[in-house]
Design a protein around this ligand. Sequence first.
Ligand code: HEM
Ligand code: 243
Length: 491
Amino acid sequence: IGRPAFAALGHKSDSRSPFSEKKKLSLRNIPGDDGHPLVGPLRDRFDYFYYQGREEFLRSRVRRHGSTVLRLNVPPGPPISGEPRVVALLDGESFSILFDSSKVEKRDLFTGTYTPSLELTGGYRVLSYLDPSEPSHALLKRFLSHFLGSCRRSLVPEFRRSYGSLFDVLETDLARKGRAEFGPHNEQALFGFLSRGLLGKDPVDSGMGSDGPKLINKWVFFQLAPLLSLGIPPFLEDPLLHWFRLPPSLLQRDYQRLYDFFHRAAAPALNEAERMGISRAEACHNLLFAVCFNAFGGLKIFFPILLKWVSRAGTGIHTRLAMEIRMAVRSHGGEVSFRVMEEMPLMRSVVYEAFRIEPPVPLQFGRAKRDLLVQSHHAAYDVRRGEILFGYQPMATKDPMIFDRAEEFIGERFLGEGGPALLRRVLWSNGPETEVPTPDNKQCPGKDLVMIASRLLLVVLFLRYDSFDIETKAAPLGTAVTLTSLKKATF
Ligand code: HEM
Ligand code: 243
């Protein structure tokens, strides 16, 4: 066990594959105390949301049991979830078993140990909830991947248009009030970008006006409320959010508006789906979910995270980013394209590092398909068929056995010798960054789109500004960012 003592600084030796090489590790019983079937989940839920908070809830249990693989209860617990007991995987070694479709089933585990009402997705179990062993998984994933591939050409111009206007608006707010909230303006820009870039329709002249983000946020909240805390007093919040599902009937009109928008705007894609053997309705509910939940939800969480870490990294790196980005764009006559973004290594490393240090979707689940052996760095553990595995990704991608100075944001981390080899330990997309989504895995099919959009955010930002300042505060999903200055480009 352990690692060679000569691991190079900045990149711990990392040539082993998570799936290969069986090490000789001693077998250990999985420690941890999931307690009485009713009291245990209640106690753990209060620790998770209120007494300790998620991070300390997990870290304190690792310390207590001296193990990164252990038993605990995850929210929401009863009565919403009848099986809150999980085996938590809290290091970068054990976590990867969740990517192995031969060992782990992902059916109905997208949101964890409970599923939202199917009324919120038109009665369909959409792609995110399907295991690759279910026939419609491959079909729907092929459809979605094909659809996303067909939109690539419009992404750069539509992003620049949406986020160009976004920064115009933020500058106006800053001039007027000395501060500008990123969140709400970002949501408008993001929904505009996704609608025009993916569907070819501007929501503003399709009867949606600027209501899209509001409708989506409410709909997402109805699906995720059992996992969230809004910061209202626990004795109110816990029963309101964590005891029962919010009644989906309250959302029928909102959802219908989104559905009608997609049904009209995505007509060509729905024709294609029919040719592939998917009904228009199933395709439309799936497209809506991918664009509004997966894409809008995921990027809405990640963009503030990216700004936060880049801002904190300081003006030194801002200057280097601005130089690199402007140099590459100028040497291509002002053009921004996928090819030009290849010539921005620091910018790319910075984006990977933000995904490593704060993966925007931190919780992943799977169910043991058979009796299994799970290996951490230090020990091996028996898991029985049917048990739920819960990976907390931030503890996998900030594992000090894998990354040096794992808790620090190091913009250059993925550059230079040894840097690229670490990319397979970046896991935000539900798989190694070096692998690709396929019809038989559960890796995020939005992986390319997400990378393109995140890189473009930094390109647009540093073409316009030399540096910027922000304030942050915690939000139910991710971070709320307020800009306090934008320093116009001087070179
Ligand atoms: C799956 C993250 C954006 C579509 C996933 C999963 C993760 C993830 C962690 C696996 C969930 C699980 O099975 O446990 C993210 C993040 C995003 C993002 C962090 C943005 C920052 C997108 C986008 C799309 C998308 C832009 C499509 C437009 C999907 C779909 C699945 C998925 C359809 C299910 C894949 C399957 O069943 O094989 N994503 N995603 N995601 N994502 Fe994303
Ligand atoms: O507190 C938290 O950070 C909880 C995070 C929400 C868990 C979402 C569960 C969905 C799992 C995978 C999501 C994939 C992404 O494509 C989209 C996430 C958008 C969430 C709004």
